[in-house]
Design a protein around this ligand. Structure first.
Ligand code: SAM
Length: 282
């Protein structure tokens, strides 16, 4: 049975192409590629000619899957590559693989470079769980909602970002979770590679002017999950109210700053807890 090889290619430095990936590209008679132009460059670097190329973009992924299936059914191996990195990680490769796995075709990975893995490798994350968000939604409301969910889950998270959206996203991160650690990995393995470490607030202030183009992967460290944050906030409010040393508005301001929550939200919660304390004292 012919095989669909899912082949990882370099995210910048061509020397990162593995010998096995080079063999897979040499041996497969058909290559399905996200961008034919980019792939021709890679193939010509490897001295590979005379392959049948199938275009496999987001817009034509169904047709691409059909053409790949035909080639496999004729007994011809196919190598699937994306513009850079590992196909299927935030690029159209995943859809093609899903279609072909449903029709029972043999699919085999040729692992290698991946922007997410490269960024995680320099993040210094201590093996804690993290989520990967892919690309954030383009619309500000949807983007903030997703970031809010990621923040409230408490886990570390990573995502891919386009340079023209970076400033807005950094501003959101600074406003929503300014104290959390961040790693901004840009142009990994390329001449202008740059890895910056700091809090979301610090990096929003410092790296913005430097980053106007290039490929960017962002990692945000974990924090307290929303449920734990809420429990901590309630406890601080309860203790403050019971001590009775400061006015409710002063107490709400202090707790809001320490829990990084909006002051009006904390004040509303303070009134609820004050009411409950008064009831239980009756
Ligand atoms: N499947 C690819 C992979 O696994 O690396 C990622 C494909 S996705 C369409 C492209 C995004 O990956 C870019 O917009 C950028 O956010 C990130 N990326 C790609 N190359 C990068 C690099 N050299 N340094 C940092 N991030 C990179």
């Amino acid at each position: 049975m012919a095989t669909l090889f899912v082949v990882a290619t370099p995210i910048g430095n061509l020397q990162d192409l593995s010998p096995r990936a080079a063999s897979a590209l040499r041996e497969a008679p058909v290559i399905a590629a996200e961008s034919l132009n980019r792939s021709r460059k890679l193939l010509s670097h490897l001295g590979i000619r005379g392959k049948r190329l199938i275009s496999c973009r987001e817009a034509n992924r169904k047709l691409a899957a059909l053409k790949i299936r035909e080639a496999l059914d004729q007994g011809r191996d196919v190598a699937l590559i994306s513009d850079a990195g590992t196909p299927g990680v935030s690029d159209p490769g995943g859809h093609v693989v899903a279609e072909l796995s449903r029709s029972g075709h043999k699919i085999s990975p040729v692992p290698g470079p991946c922007a997410l893995a490269a960024a995680v490798s320099v993040a210094g994350w201590p093996g804690a769980p993290f989520s990967f968000l892919g690309f954030l939604p383009a619309k500000p409301g949807a983007r903030r909602q997703l970031l809010e969910r990621a923040r409230d889950a408490g886990w570390a998270f990573a995502f891919y970002e386009a340079p023209h959206r970076l400033a807005e996203t950094m501003a959101d991160l600074a406003a929503m979770m300014g104290g959390r650690g961040m790693v901004l990995a840009r142009e990994l393995t390329k001449y202008n590679e740059e890895v910056s470490y700091g809090t979301c607030q610090e990096l929003a202030e410092t790296v913005k002017p430097l980053v106007t183009k290039g490929e960017i992967t962002i990692l945000v460290a974990g924090g307290e999950p929303a449920l734990q944050q809420a429990a901590d906030m309630d406890e601080l409010l309860r203790q403050g109210l019971q001590a009775g040393l400061e006015s409710p508005s002063r107490l709400a301001k202090k707790v809001a700053a320490s829990c990084r929550r909006p002051r009006d939200e904390v004040y509303r919660r303070l009134l609820e807890i004050k009411g409950a304390l008064a009831e239980s004292a009756e």
